[in-house]
Design a binder for this molecule. Structure first.
Ligand SMILES: Cc1cc2nc3c(=O)[nH]c(=O)nc-3n(C[C@H](O)[C@H](O)[C@H](O)COP(=O)(O)OP(=O)(O)OC[C@H]3O[C@@H](n4cnc5c(N)ncnc54)[C@H](O)[C@@H]3O)c2cc1C
Length: 356
């Protein structure tokens, strides 16, 4: 089926129709900025909701942030954007983060005065969800973009081939430009090995991004009247254990359920080595390492592992975004600048400002 915008009325005005692929914070920041500037935007998202790696999962024991744990705010443009979502973002005392040695002993206590850490509530997905809400029907979810090609009826424009999560296939056409806000492996695929933009492909080629296995575990037994929580007195720690890089007591974040819950992130090296392992095996190994570090040996009532094949940038592009004016293709994402939520936001924002 070919889905065409209702009319070409934007053609004679400066207003253009943009396809944005990916509704993580970069794609949503980009789309909102374009709409505010009077352009027409269609955002395609593979998953059921916006948010991308700012993800939360609901369980019978409360929510877990399965991706980004918190964000920091350094750029005034991000500060300004955060202020548009009052009540959603709350400071979190993660700046009391400890550094642990390989045996789980505190090797370095947190220094006071570290920069503020923020979380969205009730889960990290809430910020992008709030920003995506005004997109309405312009956000097309459960729709995986599989190919970008010249519009069959107008070679000066682009069309996108998509597959829905029910395997239905569509072609969306009539786009003046395509802006990709997806992780690098998908970007490379959609750029079709440089066929769509050699300039952009050359800059994307050296980018490296590490995977991350994440374990989410709940201990509701710890909330008995006689016990407020299990294990260590700290809530957040970086670890030098060879398996685990980060541990956070989810229940210590603002706006969360009090049931004792931990999110544990494996180190990039261990995640890479175990990328193809099956879930139960990874769960068991991470649980053992968690027990070694925290001393919590109780059996969790809930345990769930998730693998992010592309989690944290190791080698970024080194530019805010990429834009090929001749091809009318752009690229945004945290990995253009770095590895943080704020990098993703700034990348999406500056790409939109560039094409405007
Ligand atoms: C485990 C983990 C922990 C992290 N911890 C932190 C942290 O503590 N602090 C911090 O600042 N950052 C952290 N990050 C990084 C942070 O999550 C990212 O920087 C940020 O969310 C990236 O946003 P983005 O919009 O660039 O990409 P993404 O959030 O990855 O968004 C891309 C979107 O594109 C969609 N998509 C992909 N392919 C297609 C396609 N073909 N068609 C349609 N849609 C598609 C995806 O479903 C996704 O929604 C962490 C990331 C992970 C995974």
């Amino acid at each position: 089926m070919i889905l065409r915008p209702p009319a070409d009325r934007h053609r004679s005005t400066p207003s253009r129709h943009f396809a944005v692929v990916g509704a993580g914070i970069a794609g949503v920041a980009c789309a909102r900025t374009l709409i505010q500037a009077g352009h027409r935007v269609t955002v395609f998202e593979r998953e059921a909701t916006a948010g991308g790696r700012m993800a939360s999962v609901s369980t019978p024991f409360g929510r877990f942030d399965s991706g980004a744990q918190y964000f920091t705010v350094r750029d005034p443009r991000f500060t300004q954007a955060i202020e548009t979502a009052p009540g959603v973002c709350k400071p979190w005392s993660a700046n009391l983060v400890r550094v642990l040695d390989a045996h789980g002993r505190v090797a370095e206590a947190a220094l006071p005065g570290l920069e503020q850490h923020w979380v969205a509530q009730p889960g990290m997905d809430a910020l992008v969800a709030q920003w995506a809400a005004p997109l309405g029907d312009s956000l097309v979810t459960r729709t995986n973009v599989t190919r970008i090609e010249p519009d069959a009826l107008d070679a000066t424009r682009w069309q996108l081939r998509t597959t829905g999560d029910d395997d239905s296939q569509h072609v969306y056409s009539g786009f003046d430009a395509v802006l990709l806000a997806v992780p690098p492996a998908r970007t490379r695929e959609l750029l079709d090995g440089g066929r769509l933009s050699r300039t952009i492909s050359k800059k994307v080629e050296p980018v490296r991004i590490a995977p991350c296995w994440t374990l989410m575990i709940a201990f509701p037994q710890a909330n008995q009247p006689t016990m407020s929580h299990l294990g260590p007195q700290w809530n957040v720690a970086r670890s030098t254990h060879h398996r685990i890089a980060w541990l956070a007591r989810e229940s210590s974040k603002p706006g969360r359920d009090r049931i004792e819950r931990w999110t544990v992130q494996a180190s990039p090296t261990w995640s890479q080595e175990h990328l193809r392992d099956d879930r139960p095996r990874v769960e068991a190994k991470l649980l053992r390492a968690f027990a070694e570090i925290t001393g919590i040996r109780a059996e969790p009532s809930h345990s769930q592992a998730r693998c992010w094949p592309e989690a944290q940038t190791q080698v970024p592009v080194g530019e805010e975004h990429l834009w090929d004016a001749k091809a009318r293709i752009g690229v945004a994402g945290d990995w253009c600048l770095g590895h943080r939520v704020e990098d993703a936001f700034l990348s999406g924002l500056t790409l939109a400002l560039k094409v405007i």
